[in-house]
Design a protein around this ligand. Sequence first.
Ligand code: 5GP
Length: 183
Amino acid sequence: MARPAVFVITGPSGVGKGTVIRALREKHPGLGLSVSATTRAPREGEVDGEHYHFLTPEEFDRRVAAGEFVEHAAYSGNQYGTLRSELEKNAEQGGVVLEIELQGARQVRASMPEARQIFIAPPTPETLRERLVGRGTDSPEAIERRLQVAEEELAAQGEFEHVVVNDTVERAVAELDEIISAA
Ligand code: 5GP
């Protein structure tokens, strides 16, 4: 199987990874996106197979045991993981983006050292709370849990080959564009 260039994009919840990746893929139509599997419930408007493959915990565990994941991790009470089939699906693309959290990024670093690792950081820590509250998709308890995890993630940004500050989407995308074009 041909292996596309893999770009791991990690960053705390609320940093705007989704927006930045969407804008990046508009500039690079040949850049595929791995659709992750998760046990979290769909948010309003999320479509199975498009935003995530929504699995029951039992199905998720079965697929872990069957070796179907490249990486997987527990995050804020749910399981998330990258299916090998998603990389295969994107084999003919110029590259594929994995939008994953810190533990998953570490697993990919160990198993695919050739993958480029990019951390998206907020301009200030306060912007995360503002964005999570403003987006209105998570309960107050879920937001607090996500902000706790975010502290750990921010502390680990030094592990990443590239750190891109999402101060404005245009600027962050331009920087990502350079990283991807260089790869
Ligand atoms: P959300 O629930 O907001 O969609 O995602 C929560 C966190 O899980 C985010 O940091 C997101 O990047 C991460 N995530 C999404 N898909 C995967 C995956 O396949 N593997 C891992 N390790 N993390 C993921």
